[in-house]
Design a protein around this ligand. Structure first.
Ligand code: ADP
Ligand code: MG
Length: 495
């Protein structure tokens, strides 16, 4: 499973040879329905979505149609189900139901085009590239690239400049693996989902994958911020080149999406879901970074969420002091290429590594200040100067990102119940109180909304969560034991 299957490769038609049966009344009716549909939706849409739809069976009240991919199925279902039914009903009023299935993989093993390739290769292959050479558009065509809005890359963010430490070993290894995969290699984890707090190297890793993957030249790697994805898609829809957009997606071997948490809006998410499914089903690699795990992405369709969680989810932990030191050292060395006089003594580096605890961005900021000071005044970099320059970057330790899952785990352990008890509908006192405590902690220690917390606690209503929060708030004022328990739980979670 998971091998490289072309999404709709014009050179390799994956459609089965289907027996051309003698004309019979059902086929006649099917032809009429198709003609009707073609007239209604127009040639372009028809050939994009319906060209490969086949009739499988007709019963008295229902008709079974098939398409070759899950993507086509879900797209047709969500956009054209009623249209298709209406077209059937116009020919045969008895039909009340259309069942759409994905043609079996067995059928698909036969390889031979049955109609000229431009008709059969699915995603709007009739949108040619405009060069007059009759070839479909590809990502290489500037028009489409613009529609896709490939985001700019920072040449410094490569694997070479990425320093490996305990907190990012796994994420780094997975990223390397993805970047080095060749066309035809089995896809090991899809999607690869990397999450971490701000400044811990998500973008760095994602761009490193993009640079390395494209340098290898095996598969086209496209890096998009979620914003670009939204903008690209929305504007593509506005200029009615959605089909061209789909077409362009065909040319992508690896789609990299950064800052997934910014992907907002129902229709954007629907498009994202389709894109994700289409690419994954076709064995293309998808890589995603976000500031939170899939389970904490609010307002996301459950199907998308489970799809995201279905690959490999890795967290990058906070940068330890040792790793901060190594990053600083590498940075200082790199800076010397352009600024030969910029000499940062090791004690200064270890001072900054110790003092500036936040994230990669602050480390960079600290070094930049030393550099600026050094350049502008000509003074050598000393410990005293460093202490003065980075003073305001030294902030108390940033509170740890607390996850609802952790809260549930820690609370369950504390009260000796199971996590599933907390999520269950059981109403016995030994479960109700811990559940309320956990909801209260979720509200006070995370930024999650009441409905989101309700969802994470076995699909409860937000009013239930609000009740729990108020209840505990009311109790801690009088109940010293409870107040203390909660303090201990908070400390455990924020450690
Ligand atoms: P994020 O996308 O997670 O917010 P970035 O990837 O933008 O974080 O990283 C912030 C800064 O820290 C960048 O300058 C990046 O190069 C640097 N950085 C983070 N982790 C590492 C690392 N392991 N090695 C080298 N630089 C790193
Ligand atoms: Mg980032």
């Amino acid at each position: 499973m998971g091998g490289y299957v072309p999404l709709a490769d014009p050179d390799r038609n994956t459609e089965p040879i289907r027996n051309e049966t003698m004309s019979n009344p059902e086929d006649d009716r099917w032809s009429k329905v198709k003609t009707r549909l073609r007239t209604e939706v127009g040639e372009d849409i028809y050939s994009s979505w319906f060209a490969r739809m086949d009739l499988e069976a007709v019963e008295t009240e229902s008709v079974r149609l098939s398409v070759p991919t899950r993507f086509l199925k879900s797209w047709i279902q969500s956009h054209y189900a009623e249209r298709v039914l209406a077209c059937w009903q116009a020919e045969d009023a008895k039909v009340i139901r259309i069942e759409l299935i994905v043609r079996s993989a067995v059928l698909r093993s036969a390889v031979k085009p049955k109609v000229p390739e431009l008709e059969t290769n699915g995603f709007g292959s009739r949108y040619l590239n405009g060069n007059g050479d009759g070839r479909p558009m590809s990502v290489g065509d500037p028009g489409v690239h613009e529609a896709l809005g490939g985001s700019p890359l920072d040449p410094r963010l490569t694997f070479d400049t990425f320093v490996i430490g305990r907190s990012n070993t796994l994420a780094h290894a997975a990223a390397k693996q993805v970047a080095a995969a060749k066309r035809g290699d089995a896809v090991m984890f899809n999607p690869l989902y990397i999450h971490a707090g701000v400044g811990l190297g998500k973008t760095h890793l994602l761009q490193a994958i993009t640079w390395a993957g494209n340098a290898l030249g095996e598969r086209k790697v496209l890096y998009l911020t979620a914003e670009k994805f939204m903008y690209g898609f929305v504007s593509a829809l506005r200029t009615q080149t959605a089909i061209a957009f789909k077409e362009a997606l065909r040319g992508i071997g690896v789609l990299v999406i950064d800052d997934m948490q910014f992907l907002q809006g129902k229709s954007t998410q629907a498009e994202f879901c389709h894109t994700l499914n289409a690419l994954i089903d076709a064995g293309r690699q998808v890589v995603i970074a976000s500031d939170r795990p899939p389970s904490d992405l609010e307002s996301l369709d459950d199907r998308v969420r489970s799809r995201l969680a279905g690959g490999l989810v890795v967290e990058i932990g906070t940068l330890g002091e040792e790793l901060r030191f190594e990053i600083l050292k590498a940075r200082a060395m790199a800076a010397r290429v352009h600024h030969p006089g910029f000499d940062v003594p090791l004690p200064v580096l270890s001072y900054i590594a110790k003092a500036v605890t936040h994230n990669g961005r602050d480390l960079e900021g600290a070094l930049n200040r030393l550099l600026a000071h050094n350049k502008l005044t000509g003074h050598a970099v000393t410990l005293e100067m460093a202490e003065r320059e980075v003073r305001d970057l030294i902030r108390p330790q940033e509170p740890k990102r607390v996850k609802i899952e952790d809260i549930q785990r820690v609370v369950a352990r504390q009260y000796n119940v199971s996590r599933s008890d907390l999520l269950s509908s059981r109403r016995t006192a030994n479960v109700v109180r811990p559940r309320q405590v956990a909801m209260y902690l979720a509200k006070t220690l995370t930024l999650r909304s009441l409905p989101e917390i309700g969802r994470r606690f076995g699909g409860r209503d937000h009013t239930t969560v609000l009740h729990a929060v108020r209840k505990i708030e009311g109790l801690v004022g009088n109940d010293m034991t409870l107040a203390e328990e909660i303090e201990i739980l908070k400390r455990q979670l924020q450690e």
